[in-house]
Design a protein around this ligand. Sequence first.
Ligand SMILES: [Fe+2]
Ligand SMILES: [Fe+2]
Length: 472
Amino acid sequence: MDKREIVTRFADAGFLVSPQVVNYISESGASGVIEGIIAALPEGISVVTPKEVSAMTPLRTDKLNVGVSRTPEILLGREGSSIPLADPESSYAMFRDRYDTLAAMMRGRVNPVPLEALVKTGNRFMDQEIGLIGMVSSISTSAKGHRIVEVEDPTGSIKVLFNKNRDGFAEAESIIPDEVIGVKGQLARDSMGKTQMVFSDTLFRPEIPMTHTFSPSKESGKAVFISDIHVGSNTFLPDAWDRFSTWIGGREDIGYLMIAGDVVDGIGIYPDQDKELEIKTIYDQYDRVGELMAALPDRLKIVISPGNHDAVRGAEPQPALPEEFRGAFPSNVTFVENPAVVNIQSVNVLMYHGRSIDDLIKFIPNASYEHPGAIMEAMLKRRHLGPIYGQRTPLLSTEKDALVIREVPDIIQTGHIHISDIITYRGVLGINAGTWQSQTSFQKQMNITPTPAEAVVVDLSTLAYEKYTFLT
Ligand SMILES: [Fe+2]
Ligand SMILES: [Fe+2]
């Protein structure tokens, strides 16, 4: 096979290819080799080297649902796994990882051309549909109300215009900074023939594949989902918690309790917080939580990830609660990072406290605190938990972007905004169970009405759910 043709065919699929691989394919002469290699490439690869080709095995195994472990298995977010990187290169590495991973999810649908090629050799792409994949660097609205989005890939940047009169403009209006999108459309050029921008016909997102289906637990089992207990606050609801605790004691069918952060109210989290604290020290707050956990049946496997009120660094990914605060907790509690993916009886639960909801709400039209389900859906479509850099959610530079949703979860659990909601999106169950504190003075100011004392029970063999309330 002609070497130039090999390079072109990889380029058309959005990959660069090393000379050794070109030689190998050119000598093997077999047709279909290139397609085979492209189909078997792992996610996140942009340059194909001998390493990728030699690592290929003829069989790719997906999630195998054999055997059921009753111990929660931490797939992502194991204690100590999120290590901050200090050098300035690392934020580039993180964004590059985000781009590569999310671009790989769209490449087959979009057939992207590198942006440098679109800008520098626009003539090649005249009068034909082109595809591109880029990370959003700026968003503006034209005088006529069209949306203009500048995107970047590792080779360059270009502006894309989304026409307000076309179908799908609502999706374009919900484009947010730093998300990775795919576009199909036409190049627009000025009178000198220079590439100006792309007129979008279709917007793509990494998405949950339409073909995604839930792979159920083969054994019966149930898990209960809660978050935002806020022990230590004078608005924590001890009576409601006691009712919950008594109820779960009688529910032999429930094997797991998943808690998505803010287990304590913390110290110094907001101005004048001390006036609203019933338990004044952070150690006493955690000791009280430990007592509450110890009072629950010890058959329960309890998983706790932190939130922004917990005694860990605020920047995400957040580490698991340190040893020094765990003295009063029973041994059936597992501490994980935020975010984390925990496998319970073969069902994958993505736990994320949800601080980024505060940011996403500002950028997504019609999003509101009353319906966090819509935000969970936005996260799933973008395959990212909180993509916006420089907003309220502090992000830590890590080698891999910890907030990318790499594998499709069976359940996504969030918290933080203290309002419950449940959604199903393309077979993924989204749960926000609310809180265990009544309305705070801050929420009163903000006109936010919480939904306290709720718990959501999920059957792990069907994903059927029931919501319970313990307010009275
Ligand atoms: Fe909270
Ligand atoms: Fe929170």
